[in-house]
Ligand binder design. Structure first.
Ligand code: ZN
Ligand code: MN
Length: 516
C-alpha cells in the first residue's frame, strides 16, 4: 500500500540578545544555576515586564529573511499552564496576532531544491530548566531559572515535507540563514535551536478518499540527526498502525491540519486496542529516546483552548512601520537562496557546487569570489575549495576567516598550475606546501624544481614507449576494457616523475592506441 509522509516542523531558536525578553538579566549560557534571575523573570507579584527592543528587531530580521508578511500591529498573549520551570504559571507568547506569517524557505536535498511554506513566526519567552537527579541515585528535582524569560523565535512550517531528509535540509537551511544574518547562533547542544516534529501518513483509498494516521508530535529534539532518526522511526511505526486500522471505517475530516493538504486531510478518530475493540484517538505528543532509538507516546496533545490564552495586560501592543522594514531589508544583504542563484548565473556553477559553497556561509562565498576573480576559472576555484581547502580547514578546525592561505595566493596557484600544465597530484603537493610554509606558488615550484614536460614530441615518445612496454594492457584496452589505459598512462607518469600533463598524455595515448 503506497502512503505519503506528511511532516511539519516547529522550531524554537534563541535570539542573540545580551539580556532576556522582558527584564535585564543576562542570557549567557553556562552561568551558575539561578544566578541570572530577578523578580521579573522569577514571576514575583507586582513586577512588570518591559519588552527588549533588540529581541523584537532580531525577530523582525529573521521573519523578513524567511519571506514572511509582517503584521503592522501585533500583541502579546498569556499561554497558561502549570509546570515547576514556569514561575509565573504562564508564558508570554503570541496567539492570534503573531508579528509575522506566510513565509517560505528554500531547501536543498539530493532530489533538488524545493520551497517549504512557513505558517508563522512569533516571539515568546523561554521556560526554565528542570534537572532530574535520578541518575545520581537521588529522587529530588532541581529547577534552574536562568533560561526563564530568554527570547525565543518560534517558526512553524507548513506540514508539507515528505521525507526525513527534507526535514533535515529544512533545519540546516534555517540554521544557515539565522547564523548568516546574526539572529541566533543555533547551537543545538546549548539548546538555542530545538525542534518539535509532527508526522503522519496519508493513503489514497480506491474510492478516491484519503485516510491518515493520527498526527504524532515528537517533542524537544535537540540534534538534526535525532530529528531524522525520530521521523524515520515514527514513519515505520505508523505504517504498521495504518495497516491495522485501515479497515476500521472510523474516519473523519480534521480541519485543523492546515496547508496545501487541507482539501483532503482525513484523520482517523478510532484505533484498535490490543483486545480488538476500538477507542477514539486524537493528536498525541511523543518523546524521542536517543539512546534506545524509539519514540514514546507521552500524552494526548492539548488543544489551544487548554491553554486559556488571553491578551497580556501588562504589555502594550507593538506597531511596525514600512520605513523600519525597508531599512531591515536593506541591511540584511544577500540571503543564501539569492546567493545560490547568483553563483550559478554569474559564475556558471552547477546547482550542486553553488549549494556546497553557499552552505558554508557568506565569508566562504566571498573567499570563493576572490579566488575565482583572481584566477579567472570559477569551476577550478570551486573544485579546489570544495575538495582541498574545506578539508584543510576541517583538519585544522579553522573557519575561512582564519584560513592560512590568502584567496589571492590560491587564485595565483590555480592560474600558475594551469599555465604550466602541472598534473593534479603534483599540484596538490604545491598546495600542501603553500599551506604549510606560507610561500607563494612560484617559490614552491622553484624550490621543488617542478618543471612539467609540456613538449608534445617528448610526450609522444614516452607514450609509444609505454604502449610497447605494456602489451597486455593494450590487448585489454582493445577488448573494450577502457580502464586498461590507466596502466599505460601510469607508465608515462612514472617516467616523467609525475611531471607530464595528464590531459595531453590522455589525448596522445588515445590517438596512438587507435593506430595499434
Ligand atoms: Zn530577570
Ligand atoms: Mn513555543
Amino acid at each position: 500500500m503506497s502512503h505519503r509522509i506528511i511532516i511539519g516542523l516547529e522550531v524554537h531558536v534563541q535570539l542573540l540578545t545580551k539580556t532576556k525578553l522582558f527584564c535585564g538579566c543576562s542570557t549567557q549560557f553556562g552561568l551558575p544555576p539561578n544566578s541570572a534571575t530577578c523578580p521579573v523573570c522569577c514571576g514575583m507579584p507586582g513586577t512588570l515586564p518591559v519588552m527588549n527592543r533588540q529581541a523584537f528587531r532580531l525577530s523582525l530580521e529573521a521573519a523578513v529573511a524567511l519571506n514572511c508578511t509582517i503584521a503592522p500591529f501585533t500583541k502579546w498573549d498569556r499561554k497558561n499552564y502549570f509546570y515547576p520551570d514556569l514561575p509565573k504559571n504562564y508564558q508570554i507568547s503570541q496567539y492570534d496576532l503573531p508579528f509575522s506569517s506566510n513565509g517560505s524557505l528554500e531547501i536543498e536535498t539530493s532530489a533538488g531544491s524545493r520551497t517549504i511554506g512557513i505558517i508563522r513566526a512569533h516571539l515568546e519567552e523561554d521556560a526554565g530548566k528542570m534537572l532530574h537527579d535520578e541518575n545520581a541515585g537521588r529522587n529530588d528535582s532541581l529547577v534552574d531559572l536562568n533560561r526563564t524569560g530568554t527570547p525565543l523565535l518560534e517558526i512553524v512550517s507548513q506540514p508539507e515535507m515528505e521525507t526525513a531528509e527534507e526535514a533535515k535540509a529544512y533545519l540546516e537551511a534555517i540554521r544557515l540563514l539565522l547564523r548568516e544574518i546574526g539572529v541566533s547562533d543555533c547551537e543545538m547542544q546549548e539548546g538555542s535551536l530545538r525542534c518539535d516534529a509532527n508526522v503522519n501518513l496519508h493513503v489514497a483509498r480506491p474510492d478516491g478518499s484519503f485516510v491518515a494516521t493520527p498526527i504524532i508530535e515528537v517533542k524537544n529534539l535537540n540534534t538534526i540527526r535525532g530529528v531524522e532518526r525520530a521521523l524515520n522511526y515514527e514513519v515505520d511505526r505508523q505504517k504498521v498502525e495504518l495497516e491495522r486500522n485501515l479497515e476500521s471505517g472510523y474516519w473523519q475530516i480534521d480541519a485543523s491540519r492546515l496547508g496545501r493538504f487541507r482539501d483532503y486531510t482525513i484523520v482517523p478518530v478510532a484505533e484498535r486496542r490490543s483486545d480488538g475493540t476500538l477507542r477514539p484517538v486524537s493528536k498525541a505528543t511523543a518523546g524521542w529516546d536517543e539512546r534506545i532509538g524509539r519514540t514514546e507516546v507521552q500524552r494526548r496533545k492539548e488543544e489551544a483552548s487548554d491553554y486559556r490564552y488571553f491578551p497580556e495586560p501588562d504589555l502594550v501592543p507593538v506597531t511596525v512601520d514600512e520605513a523600519l522594514l525597508a531599512q531591515i531589508r536593506q541591511e540584511l544583504g544577500e540571503l543564501p537562496a539569492a546567493q545560490n542563484a547568483r553563483l550559478q548565473s554569474q559564475y556558471g556553477l552547477t546547482a550542486y557546487d553553488a549549494g556546497v559553497l553557499s552552505h558554508q556561509g557568506r565569508a566562504f562565498v566571498a573567499y570563493f569570489e576572490a579566488v575565482a576573480n583572481r584566477c579567472g576559472d570559477a569551476k577550478e576555484a570551486c573544485n579546489w575549495m570544495i575538495n582541498d581547502l574545506l578539508s584543510t580547514l576541517n583538519e585544522r578546525k579553522l573557519d575561512i576567516k582564519s584560513c592560512p592561505l590568502l584567496a589571492e595566493s590560491l587564485g595565483d596557484m590555480i592560474r600558475e598550475i594551469k599555465a604550466i600544465g602541472l598534473n593534479k597530484q603534483r599540484a596538490r603537493e604545491v598546495y600542501a606546501e603553500m599551506v604549510e610554509t606560507g610561500e607563494s606558488v612560484k617559490q614552491v615550484i622553484d624550490r621543488k624544481g617542478f618543471k612539467p614536460v609540456t613538449d608534445d614530441n617528448q610526450l609522444l615518445e614516452l607514450v609509444r614507449k609505454a604502449i610497447a612496454a605494456n602489451p597486455k594492457a593494450v590487448a585489454d584496452f582493445k577488448k573494450g576494457k577502457t580502464k586498461a589505459a590507466d596502466a599505460i598512462k601510469g607508465f608515462v607518469m612514472r617516467e616523467t616523475k609525475g611531471m607530464a600533463n595528464t590531459e595531453t598524455v590522455q589525448r596522445l595515448l588515445l590517438e596512438e592506441l587507435a593506430k595499434v
